[in-house]
Design a protein. Structure first.
Length: 264
């Protein structure tokens, strides 16, 4: 049997080597690279955080800084808000009714601080009751309420205690501080959206931290937070944020350091 010449064998060896090299190069080129999943634009804008915990970042809209209620109106008739501003805080004036922001919002991050009076009286829902309506959809509607209440040592229905999405979702835990101490809500609100016929396109969601503790984890709301009856959705576009002047007989609560960041 005749074998190839040395020159022919060298050619075949070189051809084989070239084929192997080309295959290795192709395999190397087809391997995933870190650069394949790197995104370089658009570059997020720079936001300066607050100097201290709870202080507003540079892109926040200041709703209350302890000086006045210029950002707020009466929820009933949109006249100037009549709650009592003193010593850097604002205290609920129950006879003046609910107040709401002059501006309307869709999706946002909200920070506010509240204080249940140290001398609070009453029990159940009649003890430091108020509410943060994450979307106030009109004087005749209940809107979407995050409950404010003294739940430090006060028994009530769990989907109506502090940090509940009222009548829909009890808080995951109870991190209330005693009356007289300042407490914080940090909220991420995703507003519902609607089709042209008023049907729900996407539901509302709320994530809430209470005194730094997660108490509502991207909870999907079933609609407005009603006092009586089952929740339902009613189409709206954007809405003010409302603070409640509850009609119970206990001592009125106070708020401070309220700011919001629009996310839409």
């Amino acid at each position: 049997m005749r074998t190839g010449s040395p020159r022919h064998l060298r050619f075949l060896a070189l051809l084989t080597l070239a084929f192997i090299t080309a295959s290795l190069v192709a395999q190397e080129q087809s391997k995933p690279k870190p650069e394949d999943t790197e995104v370089w634009s658009p570059v997020p804008k720079i936001v300066t955080p607050g100097a201290t915990c709870g202080a507003p970042p540079s892109d926040a809209i200041i709703l209350f800084d302890g000086k006045n209620l210029d950002e707020w109106v009466s929820a009933q008739d949109h006249s100037p808000a009549q709650w009592i501003v003193h010593d850097g805080i604002v205290t609920v004036a129950k006879m003046a009714g609910n107040i709401e922001t002059r501006r309307k919002f869709k999706d946002y991050q909200l920070h506010l601080e509240f204080q249940i009076p140290a001398n609070i009286t009453g029990s159940g829902q009649a003890r430091g009751n108020s509410g943060v309506f994450l979307a106030s959809t009109g004087p005749g509607d209940d809107g979407y309420e995050l409950q404010v209440l003294d739940s430090y040592n006060n028994t009530t229905y769990v989907n109506g205690q502090a940090a509940s999405i009222y009548k829909q979702s009890a808080p995951l835990v109870n991190p209330n501080r005693p009356p007289g101490e300042w407490q914080t809500y940090d909220v991420v609100w995703t507003a519902p959206t609607f089709h042209e016929d008023g049907s729900v396109k996407t539901p509302a969601y709320a994530t809430v931290f209470f005194n730094g503790v997660l108490v509502q984890n991207h909870f999907q709301l079933q609609g407005q937070t009603l006092y009586i009856g089952k929740p339902f959705y009613k189409a709206f576009d954007s809405a003010p944020i409302k603070l409640q002047a509850h009609g119970d007989k206990s001592e009125p609560i106070s708020f401070r350091n309220i700011w919001v960041r629009e996310l839409n």
